[in-house]
Design a protein around this ligand. Structure first.
Ligand code: SF4
Length: 279
């Protein structure tokens, strides 16, 4: 059976998703307390994928039958050519790109304008409607920067989703956050709420919940360290990448990693829900 057919069957059976994830870089301008990847400005090992590698992987993913791309990190926009790389990737497959939205200068916003014509969403982290509460999770001035960036992106016709990571927010607080995103014209379908996953820096801080084997839908995830079972796999503790969910060191050609991934998911029980999805 071809890799494409095996993937199609596994997706139909609910064994995995058809989205392929890329960890563009582990470098970030922020250092959130629950960060899965210990990302921060002074990170020693940035584990960056080059634009050429990302575009090559996405082309191969399309040929193998993957239906969508997710890009995460770290902060994608720490990379100089991120806007142009994103446009090229989104012209190949529908894409969601995760960002903290704190680096969107007027110049960068102008370079992002072509994204309005493409099937791409920028998924922006926002944890509270209260600036102080949000900034306690995510760093000084974070709320103010996000509050400026979102309307600026929407004005340019770029699709925006909001991602909220829940640790101790109250129900009222989360409800007010929904009022806020609706006031920007972002629907509830485009608001992703998830708990802190106890891996990476969150594990060291004793935050979040340890996911069970079937809690997270397998989705092939490519990083500079190799291919992983899902986007919560390639986390970092004490500067070292966790390898418990490593699928393959080999990512070129992508088909080798995809074959290994599909062999693993064929042996796994199918989960009932994806309670802590990253999308
Ligand atoms: S959670 Fe996101 S924004 Fe915060 S440090 Fe990690 S990569 Fe950066």
């Amino acid at each position: 059976m071809s890799t494409q057919t095996t993937l199609e069957t596994a997706v139909e059976e609910g064994r995995c998703g058809d989205r392929l994830w890329l960890y563009a870089t582990y470098h970030c301008n922020l250092a959130c307390g629950y960060c899965l990847t210990e990302s921060m400005p002074a990170i020693a090992n940035r584990r960056t994928l080059s634009a050429e590698t990302m575009i090559r992987v996405v082309r191969e993913a399309q040929e193998l039958g993957f239906g969508a791309i997710g890009i995460t990190g770290g902060e994608l926009f720490m990379l100089p050519g991120a806007a142009e790389t994103l446009a090229e990737i989104a012209s190949i497959l529908p894409t969601v790109a995760l960002t903290n939205a704190t680096l969107f200068t007027d110049r960068l916003l102008a370079r992002l304008e072509p994204l309005a014509e493409l099937d791409i969403a920028l998924q922006i982290s926002l944890d509270s409607d209260e600036p102080d509460r949000n900034d306690a999770f995510r760093g000084p001035e974070n709320f103010a920067k996000v509050e400026r960036a979102i309307p600026a992106l929407l004005e340019r016709g770029i699709t925006v989703r909001i991602a909220t990571t829940v640790e101790d927010q109250t129900e009222d607080e989360l409800a007010r956050l929904c009022v806020l995103h609706r006031s920007w014209g972002i629907s509830d379908d485009d608001h992703i709420v998830r708990g802190v996953v106890r891996r990476g820096r969150a594990e060291l801080a004793g935050m979040g919940v340890t996911p069970g084997v079937t809690d997270i839908l397998p989705e092939l995830t490519i990083t500079a360290d190799g291919a992983f079972l899902h986007p919560f796999g390639p986390t970092v503790r004490h500067g070292v990448t966790d390898l418990d969910l490593l699928v393959s060191r080999q990512v070129a050609p992508l088909e080798r990693a995809a074959e290994r991934f599909l062999r693993l998911v064929s042996d796994q029980p199918v989960g009932t829900d994806v309670a802590r999805n990253i999308r």
